[in-house]
Design a protein around this ligand. Structure first.
Ligand code: NAD
Length: 474
């Protein structure tokens, strides 16, 4: 074990003094300055550029994440997010103005003459709690928004990805302003100590059970929360589509995203009874092309994060009413925590696998008589983080967009809405509240302050006593 200092528990007292320190830094105005924001974002970019190899290695340690996936989905996405913030920040921080009736913030005749302004002000000291599945991106992407908006912050990475957590603590300590940006590592004890404190916003990524704990803790201080949660994201597959392209896109979103351990990975498919055999054949063929005849030996998908999650997933697969429904895959390797891409057909709707978010490489296919019936199935569950439809039918597409409620929708692909910074990314209902990415990240960590500028002219008598009927007629 290390020194006394290292053994010291991060308790409520430590959390309280950390928040005090950061608040002092925020109050002295340091984080509000444009130059500070830009310098911190540039430092973060430099940190990634210099330590890309270590980041890839940590992700390999935590998840056996293939370098290809780490480079694209964790590193390049974060780099894009920082580069965009650096390019746009001067526009984002500008107040939205208006004089009389012409600009976006219009004022009314009641206040004439006047002008209005919406000023984005930093919230203060914010807490970011992140999850293990994309432990690098999901930790630092919200930090980009918090810095761009001028806040001091604490980041609490997930203890379930320990190599990335400790690398983040080391690198952030080296590259970022220690007086305003901190990493606290740890699990429930440390997070609970942090949650006791008064924050100006809590940004939480993870499951809904802990989301409820976060929200209850925040309520004590009337702290606003942004919750990035999960859910069962469905894929509706209509007939008459380019099946090979569709299947490849489903595979990329499922097994190609951390082996299904991604919040917007396809959780289950709905297709018609007639179309299911063709869909399954194509899935089998494409999976074999991508991962070979012996997928457990493939280096091109992540392992299951730990033995608890491995056991959880094998339980879903081994439930009596489900185990006979496997039509592809099912192989597992407990020692290396690997589960092969697995497809199941027509599992009962009341099975465990259909009752909870799968978050792994298992993909059940449900069948319906008419494809339109799928929308009722989706809407009968809790609102998912994402929903996908593959179709060439414009009417079906329109019905999907109008009738299916989810955090985000994609037609004819999976997961890619995440990469479009002009689209807000977030859930609805049980899949979360609030959104981020691009300017939405800046807005998530800003207060939109309403400011009205009045002249001494135009002092309407109607406001002042004595109140007379005559004044009402004015
Ligand atoms: P996790 O176990 O890493 O937990 C998330 C965070 O909560 C961690 O930092 C952890 O320390 C903290 N935590 C755990 N228990 C706690 C407690 N009792 N009190 C306080 N804090 C606690 O991650 P997870 O929850 O297993 O993540 C998977 C879930 O997250 C899935 O549901 C997935 O869909 C969702 N997710 C959502 C997004 C998104 O952007 N919407 C992204 C990734 C994951």
């Amino acid at each position: 074990m290390g020194s006394e200092e290292e053994k010291k528990v991060f308790d409520e007292e430590a959390a309280s003094s950390l928040v005090k320190e950061l608040r002092a830094s925020f109050v002295n105005g340091k984080t509000r300055s444009f130059d500070w924001r830009v310098s911190q974002l540039k430092s973060m970019l430099k940190m990634i550029d210099k330590h890309e190899t270590e980041i890839v290695a940590a992700l390999r340690d935590d998840l056996s994440k293939p370098e290809h996936e780490s480079t694209i989905y964790e590193i390049a996405m974060l780099r894009n997010s920082i580069t965009l913030a650096l390019k746009e920040i001067k526009h984002w921080i500008k107040p939205e103005k208006a004089i009389f009736f012409f600009q976006t913030v219009k004022t009314s005749l009641t206040t004439f003459p006047s002008s209005g302004e919406i000023v984005s002000e930093p919230l203060g000291v914010v807490l970011i709690i992140s999850a293990w599945n994309y432990p690098f991106l999901l930790s630092l992407d919200p930090v980009v928004g918090a810095i761009a908006a001028g806040n001091a912050l604490v980041l609490k990475p997930s203890e379930i990805a320990p190599a990335t957590s400790s690398l983040l603590a080391k690198l952030v300590g080296e590259y970022m302003d220690f007086s305003s940006i901190r990493v606290v590592e740890g699990a429930v004890t440390e997070t609970s100590a942090l949650l006791e404190q008064k924050w100006d916003k809590i940004f939480y990524t993870g499951n809904g059970r802990v989301g409820r704990i976060v929200m209850a803790a925040a309520a004590k201080h009337l702290t606003p929360v942004l919750l990035e949660l999960g859910g069962k994201s469905p894929v509706v597959v209509d007939s008459g589509i380019n099946l090979q392209v569709s299947v490849r896109r489903i595979i990329a979103g499922k097994w190609g995203c951390n082996n299904g351990q991604a919040c917007i990975s396809p959780d289950y498919i709905i297709t018609t009874k007639d179309y299911a055999p063709k869909l399954i054949d194509t899935l089998r063929n494409e999976l074999e092309k991508f991962y070979g005849k012996n997928p457990l030996e493939s280096k091109d998908f992540s392992r299951i994060v730990n033995s608890n999650h491995f056991t959880r997933l094998t339980k879903l697969l081994d439930e009596d009413k489900v185990s006979g429904k496997i039509v592809h895959g099912g192989e597992r390797d407990k020692t290396n925590l690997k589960i092969a891409p697995t497809i199941l057909l027509d599992v009962p709707r009341d099975s465990l696998i259909m009752s909870e978010e799968i978050f792994g490489p298992l993909l059940p296919i449900l069948t319906v008589d008419k494809i339109e019936d799928s929308f009722g199935i989706i809407n009968s569950g809790t609102k998912p983080l994402a929903a996908y439809l593959f179709t060439n039918n414009k009417k079906l597409r329109q019905q999907f967009v109008m009738n299916v409620s989810a955090g985000g929708l994609v037609v004819n692909d999976t997961t890619l809405h995440l990469a479009v910074h002009t689209l807000p990314f977030g859930g609805v209902g049980e899949s979360g509240m609030g959104a981020y990415h691009g300017k939405f990240s800046f807005d998530a960590f800003s207060h939109k302050k309403a400011v009205l500028y009045r002249s001494f002219l135009g002092d309407a008598a109607v406001r002042y006593p004595p109140y007379t009927r005559g004044k009402l007629r004015l």
